[in-house]
Write a protein that binds this ligand. Structure first.
Ligand code: GLN
Ligand code: ZN
Length: 756
């Protein structure tokens, strides 16, 4: 059975109208029972298969499929028995979400995407494969008339992404690779006996600089696949497609050439080829002509219509090395929304430049069949986009060109600014919060009504002002020193700015799975970015008018705005970063003019955007630090610039955080009990607020506990540089625990001060 001519690496599981999310949440809340949940998930899968066939994935095994309700890594770990026990649906969800008795599995980013997977914990126990799950979806699809290709995370990647269970003797999960391969072999044998002829094992670990290093991972792959592929195709196993999304293979390419699976998928997206220009040639020359090459030519990570002429040239080059090349997407389409057809509010010219999951499938089919209409559509999209006034704004280009190149630095330096900022008159161990206050159901309802047009602009503004007034009064009553307006006007810290900046569009249905049932709707940077008018000044100035204490202005930084958006593919990310930074710099000036003396620039995604490949990191850090600094480059010395970062493993990028050159840095620390502060070195001069209240749970920390954390922090940070604050924004909390926790925080601060 030869491999289909056109396929995809994967498809969003969440449903065009978030059907899976709704079913999951209904089941978790008890609104529907297990049978209803399973039936809903089944209907969604079968409807998706029908849709994919309609889009042109008509050949047998062209459609990849997994059974995951929550996450593909967890699902594979359960299928091959990496996680011990006969885990039923409720136990599976307990692993995902935790229960009163046990905490959930850790969750972390899936390669350099905004999807998060659950980290399996590998014990010493034997792996007991449970192929029933995956056999069942193949059967279910066959009953619906479709021969799907089961999708599993491959053994090397699965173990590389896992961690050893706390109580295991084992230290490196990859030490159990042979056992894992035997478990995969058992699953594959069951699939073969169920009549499945192709299976997909995805091995993105082979493109990334994960812990063991590229050469070691390639050796693991050589060993794993030599063993797995030793069984003959037929009753013992199906044909195997090994896929390698998220970048180019290095040593892994030779390893895969040696073990020669029946098919190999490679990522040939424009960005991958830009980073590794010789990759297509190397792939064609290295993989045996007997191996079916599945060329991931359609970019699955961005939302732009492909340039099919240019893609066809890459395909033609590969076709000279073998009889047939299949066309696919570079990565799973799970990272893009379902369809542009569900976006009635996009300007029509912009809509035709875009391709979401369904449109990308049409492109792959069109490329594979050399369909003239598809090529004509593509050429039109490429041409109109490059000529559009929406993409190129001469005024923005001029402003960016006038900037100094390379490193920029605010003057005077930190010490000089500290003198100027004495004028703020802050007390010792100043207290503040990270920005947002609880988003009440009333505020959400008002925003929805305003959006729907049933609440007038005046009434909406009045509702927000009332909320700000009460948030300011509350902070004064609690005794905080640096107040915030509470961010009630923000639906989301990135989308809010994207809606107000030129050069962005936002979607109404462009949902992408972030993890489990959580979806986000990333805005799209379509062109040069500028700020038509102030974005936050009205709210901050109103809050400042209510109090004599300083109110902190609140901006999302350029790196985070880009990290949580779809980006342009016609300019480097650094160009958009400079443009957004300039727009935010205008906002800083307007905030200063409105009497705001403290401004926070949030960069929770600084580490998230760090490239997979070590060799790409220095350039990233250069442009991201530059963009952050540009925002406050011309700020007055007496304006205190804060930044906030949301992660506790500080070590890896501590130098970059120091290089941001903020006056005050707040960071998550409560859960690690201030351990991160040992990473601080002499280069780290900024004042620092290691969050002492972990806001990620509804628990109210006691005064004693908070006192202990402040004392622990004081062992690493001198009192003149220490701030007292929670470890993140409060928008997901309720007022009850917020008020109590903040009061305890202030009481703990008083206790420490009176003891000293
Ligand atoms: N200022 C934002 C807030 O308080 C920061 C959010 C974040 O750290 N992710 O909500
Ligand atoms: Zn945070």
């Amino acid at each position: 059975m030869s491999f289909p001519a056109v396929t995809i690496e994967g498809y969003p599981r969440i449903g065009a109208h978030r059907e899976l999310k709704k079913a999951l949440e209904a089941y978790w809340s008890g609104a529907i029972n297990k049978e209803d949940f399973v039936a809903a998930a089944h209907s969604l899968r079968v409807a998706n298969y029908a849709r994919l066939v309609d889009l042109g994935l008509t050949e047998d095994y062209a459609i990849p499929a997994d059974v995951a309700y929550y996450d593909q890594v967890l699902e594979t770990a359960l299928t091959v028995g990496l996680i011990p026990g006969d885990v039923d649906l409720d136990e599976e969800f307990a692993l995902c979400r935790g229960t009163a008795e046990r905490s959930p599995l850790e969750m972390t980013k899936w390669f350099d995407t905004n999807y998060h997977y659950l980290v399996p914990e590998v014990a010493d126990a034997e792996f007991t494969p449970r192929p029933q799950r995956v056999v069942a979806i193949a059967d279910e699809a066959r009953a619906a008339g479709v021969a799907i290709r089961p999708y599993l995370v491959g053994p090397v990647t699965l173990l590389a992404l896992s961690k050893a269970a706390d109580d295991a003797e084992l230290t490196d999960p990859l030490d159990r690779l042979d056992d894992a391969v035997d478990a995969y072999a058992a699953v594959l044998a069951q699939l073969a006996q169920a009549g499945v002829e192709w299976v997909q094992l995805t091995e993105p670990a082979l493109v990334a600089d994960l812990g063991p290093g590229d050469a070691a991972l390639a050796d693991h792959a050589r060993r794993a696949y030599t063993r797995l592929l030793a069984a003959p195709v037929g009753k013992a196993r199906p044909n195997v497609l090994v896929s390698t999304p998220y970048g180019s293979l290095r040593a892994g390419l030779d390893a895969l050439a040696d073990v020669a699976p029946e098919a190999v998928h490679v990522d040939l997206a424009p960005a991958t080829l830009a980073a590794d220009p010789d990759y297509a040639r190397r792939v064609g020359a290295t993989l045996s002509p007997a191996t079916r090459l599945v060329a991931g030519l359609i970019d699955g990570r961005n939302v732009w219509a492909a340039n099919l002429d240019e893609r066809a040239r890459v395909l033609d080059e590969l076709a000279t090395t073998r009889d047939a090349v299949s066309v696919s997407t570079s990565v799973s389409l799970q990272h893009v929304p379902h369809t542009v057809a569900d976006e009635p509010e996009l300007p029509v010219d912009v809509a035709c430049w875009l391709a979401f999951a369904d449109e990308k499938i049409t492109e792959a089919v069109g490329l594979s069949r050399r369909d003239a209409d598809a090529f004509a559509r593509s050429a039109r999209a490429v041409r109109t986009r490059s000529e559009s006034r929406r993409t190129h704004d001469a005024a923005v280009a001029e402003r960016v060109a006038a900037l100094p190149a390379g490193e920029v630095a605010r003057t005077p330096d930190f010490a000089g600014r500290q003198d100027a900022q004495q004028a703020l008159g802050l007390p010792p161990l100043p207290s503040t919060t990270i920005g947002s206050f609880p988003q009440t159901p009333e505020i959400r309802a008002a925003r929805a009504a305003h959006r729907a047009g049933t609440l007038s602009d005046e009434d909406y503004t009045a509702a927000l002002r009332a909320e700000i007034t009460s948030v300011v009064a509350l902070q004064e009553e609690i005794g905080l020193d640096v107040l915030v307006h509470g961010e009630p006007e923000r639906n989301d810290m990135v989308q809010y700015f994207a809606e107000l900046l030129d050069g962005f569009v936002t979607t109404v249905n462009g949902w992408v799975q972030s993890y489990g049932s959580r979806c986000t709707r990333p805005p799209i940077v379509i062109g040069d970015v500028s700020r038509p008018k102030p974005m936050t000044v009205e709210w901050s100035a109103f809050a400042q008018s209510l109090t004599s204490r300083p109110v902190k202005g609140m901006l999302t930084g350029p790196v985070t705005i880009l990290a949580w958006s779809f980006n342009r593919d016609d300019v480097p990310l650094s160009v958009s970063a400079d443009q957004i930074a300039l727009a935010l710099a205008d906002e800083v000036r307007d905030l200063e003019d409105a009497g705001i003396s403290i401004i926070q620039i949030d960069e929770p995604a600084l580490r998230e955007l760090l490239p997979l490949r070590a060799d790409a990191r220095p350039a990233y850090l250069d442009w991201s630090i530059r963009a952050f600094r540009l925002v406050s480059l011309d700020a007055r010395p007496e304006t205190q610039i804060h930044t906030h970062l949301c992660y506790s493993e500080f070590g890896q990028i501590i130098d970059a955080v120091a290089a941001l050159d903020a006056d005050v840095t707040s960071i998550e620390a409560a859960r690690s009990r201030m351990e991160l502060l040992v990473d601080l070195n002499e280069g780290f001069h900024s004042e620092i607020g290691p969050g002492i209240w972990d806001i990620h749970s509804p628990r109210v920390p006691s005064v004693d506990e908070l006192t202990g954390l402040i004392e622990a922090a004081l062992r690493h940070v001198p009192a003149e540089r220490l701030w007292i604050n929670p470890d993140c924004g409060l928008k997901t909390r309720r007022y009850a625990e917020t008020i109590e926790s903040l009061k305890n925080m202030i009481a703990a601060r008083s206790k420490v001060l009176s003891a000293s």
